[in-house]
Design a protein around this ligand. Structure first.
Ligand SMILES: [Zn+2]
Ligand SMILES: [Zn+2]
Length: 169
């Protein structure tokens, strides 16, 4: 994504405020590259990241974002539109392509970003941050009735008629 590619030399000393406004379709495309099952994104991802170069070849990233996605309820399997948000506060090493090959972990940074032609691409980072905000255990509502263990009906939509399946009769 073009809007997530930043030239390192363009980041002023006081930092660069990067506005995020990633269309849902672009975000889904980005997430599809991870090989994870692509979630249905319902809104643009919006927010901002403050980029600041620190020390030697390091980039500090602070900010946050919000996005709405459809999430499956663990109990009734219904897709539920859900607002996700995430705060970001990371320091990443800036590295030349292939530089991370030797595995010494002396750095205390959170990770690294590859600098290609003087530019960093933040879309991979954004994908990671998105998954960090993803609720891996999710119930659509506190009193979700779940599915009938006998016929599989969604009991939030009414009783299914099984005598012992839904616990109401
Ligand atoms: Zn549910
Ligand atoms: Zn039933």
């Amino acid at each position: 994504m073009e809007s997530l590619i930043v030239r390192v030399d363009d980041i002023p000393l006081e930092g660069l405020e990067l506005e995020l406004n990633v269309p849902a379709a672009d975000l889904m495309e980005l997430l599809a590259e991870d090989g994870e099952e692509t979630p249905v994104i319902l809104s643009p991802l919006t927010g901002s990241l403050k980029l600041r170069t620190t020390g030697k070849d390091r980039l500090s990233i602070k900010g946050g974002f919000a996005v709405t996605a459809e999430i499956f309820c663990d109990r009734c399997l219904n897709e539920t539109p859900t607002a996700l948000s995430s705060e970001v506060n990371e320091v990443l090493d800036l590295e030349a392509p292939g530089a991370s090959a030797n595995g010494d972990e002396e750095s205390d940074s959170d990770g690294s970003l590859e600098v290609v032609d003087g530019k960093v691409n933040l879309s991979g980072l954004l994908g990671e941050l998105f998954w960090l905000s993803w609720p891996w255990h999710f119930i659509c509502k506190p009193d979700c009735a779940g599915l009938c263990s006998r016929c599989g009906a969604n009991l939030n939509e009414g009783l299914c008629g099984c005598v012992d399946g839904c616990g109401h009769s």
